[in-house]
Design a protein around this ligand. Structure first.
Ligand SMILES: *[C@@H]1O[C@H](CO)[C@@H](O)[C@H](O)[C@H]1NC(C)=O
Ligand SMILES: *[C@@H]1O[C@H](CO)[C@@H](O)[C@H](O)[C@H]1NC(C)=O
Ligand SMILES: *[C@@H]1O[C@H](CO)[C@@H](O)[C@H](O)[C@H]1NC(C)=O
Ligand SMILES: *[C@@H]1O[C@H](CO)[C@@H](O)[C@H](O)[C@H]1NC(C)=O
Length: 365
């Protein structure tokens, strides 16, 4: 039997897992068979009550893969109700990073920072790019919050991006094992790309399209984006998880990041009140170290510098138990963003590749 190239890569990646990157993980011999990769046609998008415990669920830290890749992903993922604290980075792909760079940086994201996920941001419209993302994520044990990028121009380019991404998710047999959720973003309500009822309808259609792959769908959005559209309860009802933009620097009450907890709670409480108990992530979440034309505060007291960028993540760590206690199994949070090359001032790395501050956030508490 001739294996598609991607399955060859899968077999090689499986060997990479045998390396004990993470403490406590014993080397294993794996026998992922290509014949087991056939998609289940009738999986549901509901969280699976039969989810395996860590480290036997993907992408648990220290993930111990099964001897064979299962037929579908119904027992594959860690239960979202067990995923909280720091989960990974936003990672902007507008640079169309090479496969080699994706592998290198995803390895850093996983093994240096103990991430479980990358959340894609921006768009690369290059043919086959999502296959490279899936390959690099798989090789490094990461789940992906994939993205249909709406951009900032209010145009229809998101439609062709959606079609390209969905085609890749259906065609690449690895995709459903690394793609945790598809986001519509960034901030389609805040940017008013679509009226909220049409956005809700698009979410429903996307869920139908991806149901055979058991890939859920969400919208990546600010509390204010919902609030200024009358609450957009239809969107909140349609999405599978709530992927929140938590950017307290822009609050009219912002000062220093160590004072930001009431601002975080203000937005979080709104989602708790309207989110019907769904799993929640802070998926675009951070504090800038510099301002720029597109990063301007709404409070005269807001401070943008490296200590305050750092301080925001310290604050989240200090409130680890509070965030863990939130309905839906606790808040899983992403750091926005991996590098200043991806969005000026928000990077954990500066534009010459040096860490701007020590960063080793808690992954449990
Ligand atoms: C799919 O549906 C068929 C018929 O209802 C059932 O026999 C089969 O077990 C289902 N497969 C999965 C993976 O749920
Ligand atoms: C899913 O969407 C893609 C891209 O738009 C399309 O080609 C495919 O036919 C759709 N599949 C289903 C099952 O809806
Ligand atoms: C901002 O400050 C005003 C005035 O002190 C207060 O009424 C309001 O509740 C604050 N908002 C938040 C989100 O903290
Ligand atoms: C990045 O950080 C290093 C080490 O602190 C520093 O020497 C360098 O000037 C920084 N680069 C930029 C562009 O800020």
């Amino acid at each position: 039997m001739v294996l598609p190239a991607v399955l060859g890569a899968l077999a090689l990646s499986a060997l990479a897992y045998a390396a004990p990157f993470e403490s406590g993980v014993q080397p294993h011999t794996h026998n992922f068979r290509a014949t087991t990769v056939a998609a289940s046609k009738n999986a549901t998008t509901k969280p699976q009550p039969g989810a395996k415990p860590a480290p036997f669920c993907y992408p648990a830290l220290g993930f111990v893969p099964p001897f064979e890749l299962p037929e579908d992903n119904t027992d594959w993922w860690c239960d979202p109700a067990t995923e909280y604290a720091f989960v990974g980075f936003s990672y902007e792909v507008t640079a169309c990073q090479s496969r080699a760079q994706l592998h290198k940086e995803f390895a850093d994201i996983r093994y240096h920072f103990r991430s479980r996920y990358v959340r894609l941001y921006g768009a690369c419209d290059q043919d086959g790019f999502y296959d490279d993302i899936a390959d690099a994520a798989w090789a490094n044990g990461l789940g992906v919050h994939a993205l249909v990028w709406f951009g900032f121009n209010g145009d229809d380019v998101w439609i062709s991006r959606r079609d390209t991404l969905f085609a890749a998710l259906h065609a690449n047999p690895l995709a459903k094992f690394v793609t945790r959720v598809v986001q519509f973003g960034s901030e389609p309500l805040y940017d008013n790309v679509l009226p909220h009822d049409q956005l809700a309808e698009q979410v429903v259609l996307a869920k139908q399209n991806l149901s055979s792959l058991n890939i859920p769908v969400t919208v990546s959005e600010l509390a204010y984006g919902y609030q200024e559209r009358g609450g957009a309860q239809d969107v909140l009802d349609a999405i599978d998880s709530i992927n929140i933009h938590m950017l307290p620097f822009f609050s009219q009450n912002a000062s220093t990041s160590d004072q930001a907890w009431p601002l975080v709670l203000n937005d979080l409480d709104w989602f708790i009140a309207h989110g019907n108990g769904k799993k929640m992530y802070f998926d675009e979440n951070g504090w800038p170290s510099v301002t720029s034309p597109s990063v301007q505060p709404n409070s005269p007291d807001a401070v943008a510098d490296i200590p305050n960028e750092h301080g925001y993540y310290v604050l989240l760590d200090q409130h680890c138990e509070d965030l863990k206690a939130v309905v839906g199994g606790g808040i899983g949070w992403f750091a926005h963003i991996y590098s200043d090359n991806q969005e000026p001032g928000y990077g954990i790395y500066n534009s010459s590749g040096h860490m701007k501050f020590p960063f080793a956030p808690r992954t449990f508490c």
